[in-house]
Design a protein around this ligand. Structure first.
Ligand code: ASP
Length: 439
């Protein structure tokens, strides 16, 4: 068995956290490839090292003094080195960083140093080889991740390597300059390494015991999900589930490598398994509930709309011409509603309305704002009767008016539109019925 283990920022925020990580790695000799994030927050109001680096570099770029800010970053790493009792010195590394900041090496380079330095410490602490991600992860001229070249170079580089630390979050452009993924991108690095070494599992260690059934800001201590499929996770992630970076799924999914989300602070918990497909039933009828606020519904009415060929195309053309993507489009006989993101739509509203009049010649157009979408996701819904019935009776009992219903054709999800004000209550009502009452 080969395991690739990625540790998030909160798992590496201090020497104490590093020790927990060391214990986890040493407790299983299959954990040979380690991908660290930069040190995260040690406490609630703390600042992540990545953010300190962005801030420090912004000063350098504006030709202001950044000495104190760089010193504060140095102190974060020194605290970890001292706490682990290592004799490592990052002095030379910081000299290079300071010079690169003065030479305006770019904010990507700046941010990437968080993972780079943490990787050096981790490699020293574990006695593993350090491999700079800029040598094995590549982007093309347009800045897109170059999966083929990366896989080729990285698999060759790691083939004879017994144990290595590869820092997360960044790689190199064709000219060798450093480029980062978007925020949270160390998850992607872990997935890329797992693919390159053909790992049996990609363990992603964080500070929660797996993917939670719903948002802990809405439900206190929600249950964790035992097993979830990639498709279910995609549905939930799209609706704002903050688990993994969404691009982290693709490299491992292609190879059928499962992801195991684990908790560094509770390593005995088995966490959540993210898999391609499974015969395991989820503990509850539903797997998860997610959602987002801030949608608008554009209701378009026209007599005999249903028999007018091309009406839908003309309506969508008006949105497309204005660069607006739509989320859902439920329709009736003489009405059609287009759900869009309010913040995207707001500024272009009148242009879209004018285009709709011009292209589709509707009888009337009405806009409703401040709506939310709730997604109830679960592979089990397909084979369980009455799921939708239970959802809607729970919502009705809680006096929640349902504005829209959309069941995906795969029967993997049911999307419900409610007002922003009803959003949290809707999630609570659905959680109560399926997870608490287990109906
Ligand atoms: N350190 C980077 C961030 O804060 C990347 C990561 O942690 O995955 O976004």
């Amino acid at each position: 068995m080969r395991k690739v283990v990625k540790f998030g920022g909160s798992s590496l925020a201090s020497a104490g956290q590093f020790k927990k990580v060391g214990d986890i790695i040493r407790s299983d000799e299959e954990r040979k490839f380690v991908v660290p994030s930069a040190p995260g927050k040690r406490f609630d109001k703390d600042t992540k090292v990545t953010d300190m680096l962005y801030g420090c570099y912004a000063l350098a770029e504006a030709d202001q003094n950044f000495g104190a800010e760089l010193q504060a970053i140095k102190a974060r790493y020194q605290e970890i080195i001292d706490g682990l009792g290592l004799s490592l010195s990052l002095e030379k590394e910081f000299d290079v960083i300071e010079k690169m900041f003065r030479d305006k090496a770019g904010s990507n380079y700046a941010a990437s140093r968080g993972e780079y330095l943490n990787g050096i410490i981790m490699a020293e602490y574990l006695g593993y080889e350090f491999i700079d991600a800029a040598q094995v992860i590549f982007f093309d001229e347009n800045g897109n991740f170059d999966a083929d070249r990366t896989n080729e170079v990285m698999s060759a580089r790691l083939a004879d390597c017994k144990a290595a630390v590869i820092p997360g979050f960044y790689g190199a452009m064709p000219d060798g300059t450093v480029k980062t993924f978007s925020r949270g991108g160390s998850d992607i690095t872990g997935s890329i390494v797992a693919k390159a070494v053909k790992a049996d599992v990609y363990e992603n260690w964080t500070d929660v015991s797996g993917v939670l059934v719903t948002d802990p800001h809405i439900i206190d201590n929600p249950e964790a999900i035992d097993v979830i499929t990639y498709r279910e996770l995609r549905e939930l992630a799209y609706m704002g589930f903050p688990v993994l970076h969404e691009d982290a799924i693709f490299p491992v999914r292609q190879q059928g490598i499962p992801i195991n989300i684990r908790n560094t602070n509770a390593p005995e918990d088995s966490g959540t398994w993210i898999v391609g497909s499974t015969c395991q039933k989820s503990r509850f009828v539903i797997t998860g509930i997610a959602g987002k606020k801030g949608f608008c519904a554009v209701n378009i009415e026209k007599d005999k709309m249903n028999s007018e060929i091309g009406f839908g195309r003309k309506v969508l053309q008006a949105f497309e011409d204005n660069g607006i993507s739509f989320e859902h489009m439920p329709s009736g006989i003489d009405t059609l509603t287009v759900f869009v993101h309010q913040d995207e739509f707001m500024h272009k509203e009148q242009k879209v309305v004018a285009a709709l009049h011009r292209l589709a010649e509707p009888d009337s157009i009405e806009i409703e704002s401040d709506l939310a979408l709730v997604a109830v996701v679960g592979r089990g819904m397909k084979s369980t009767r009455g799921t939708a019935g239970r959802i809607f009776s729970a919502l009705a009992h809680n006096n929640i008016n349902v504005k829209m219903i959309d069941q995906g054709s795969s029967e993997l999800n049911i999307i419900i539109g409610v007002t922003n004000d009803d959003f949290e209550n809707a999630i609570r009502a659905i959680y109560d019925i399926f997870v608490i009452a287990q109906l």
